[in-house]
Design a protein around this ligand. Structure first.
Ligand code: RIB
Ligand code: CA
Length: 311
């Protein structure tokens, strides 16, 4: 089987943790690197959490640390959902080993060249690292096959009524990505809120008995409570949705569109403006906006992947 070379750009983060656990069990994926960025919590913590997850998985992907703040703004975090540690309060030792000195954006560029046009970047965090790579390397857009992002929303928001967190934190970087011309697949709140997992389903995963299944369960507990308190049927697996979409698009529905990001507004800052529902169309139509999922198939795949962990 020809594997898909990917870099996962993330801000672990409880759903990022679930996404990494799943990605490392997908046979079609060749995780060339994990890059970290400030988002849910500071970049030192997101990087420490990436090391923790790598250790629990027993994986050997290299980790490259990225930006400690958005390109042009102060950092906004989401510790209320992810915990001050960004790990849902789960206590695991931080592995001692050092990570490479190479910065995330430089690693993205280098690995994109090594993959000779086949690299897919799965970005499930604020897009700062990608924005910096675009600013530093003008040929970067031509080196990446496609970006699959968890970010944005054709309708609604979760930080403000207009904006989703990843885009809201660094709207300028997001707009640079949408303008760069590379094909983009946008798994926004339109689909990720439908990719929820219930408390009973998460408990079933814990009952698989592996340390990885236990981490999947434990790391989501605080966030699950908050989602349930808001009237949801479970916690949205935002980042896992982007990972599974990258490999199993058949369980999702996507529509081609143009997307730009509001970078100047106050009430609308960070809004992903799509022309999906407008007769006025943007010039560029390089985005597939993912709008729906077969949730049964999605959860079945999550179960099947997590069941593969045996230690
Ligand atoms: O809006 C959801 C996104 O924000 C997810 O990537 C979550 O990890 C947070 O970063
Ligand atoms: Ca994330």
């Amino acid at each position: 089987m020809k594997k898909i070379p990917v870099i996962i750009d993330c801000d672990p983060g409880v759903d990022d943790t679930a996404a990494l656990l799943l990605a490392c069990q997908i046979p079609e994926l060749d995780v060339r690197a994990v890059t970290t960025v400030a988002g849910n919590v500071g970049v030192d913590k997101t990087t420490a959490n990436a090391k923790r997850v790598r250790n629990i998985i027993g994986a050997d992907f290299p980790i490259f640390q990225g930006a400690d703040k958005p390109m042009f703004r102060d950092l906004v975090t989401a510790a209320e959902f992810h915990g001050e540690d960004g790990f849902g309060g789960v206590e695991l030792p931080i592995p001692e080993e050092d990570i490479s000195e190479e910065k995330a954006w430089d690693a993205m560029y280098r690995i994109a060249k090594e993959c000779d046009g086949e690299l897919v970047i799965i970005a499930v965090a604020p897009l700062t690292n990608i924005g910096i790579a675009l600013a530093k390397y003008k040929e970067f857009p031509n080196l990446v096959k496609k970006f699959v992002i968890m970010g944005g929303a054709a309708v609604g928001g979760n930080v403000t009524p207009a904006a989703e967190f990843n885009v809201y934190v660094d709207p300028e970087a997001a707009d640079m990505l949408f303008c760069c011309g590379t094909p983009i697949h946008m798994c926004g709140l339109d689909v990720t809120m439908k990719c929820y997992i219930t408390p009973e389903e998460v408990k079933q995963i814990a009952d698989f008995g592996s340390v990885q299944a236990k981490l999947f369960h434990d790391v989501l507990q605080n966030c699950m409570k908050k989602y349930m308190q808001s009237g949801n049927r479970g916690v949205a697996l935002h980042d896992p949705a982007a990972v599974l979409y990258s490999v199993y698009p058949q369980m999702f529905t996507a529509e081609e569109a143009g997307v730009r990001v509001e970078t100047k507004g106050t009430r609308t800052l960070g809004k992903t403006v799509t022309d999906l529902y407008s007769d006025k169309q943007f010039e560029q139509h390089n985005v597939c906006v993912v709008t729906d999922v077969d949730r049964t198939a999605f959860i079945e795949k999550v179960f099947a992947l997590m069941k593969q962990y045996t230690n």
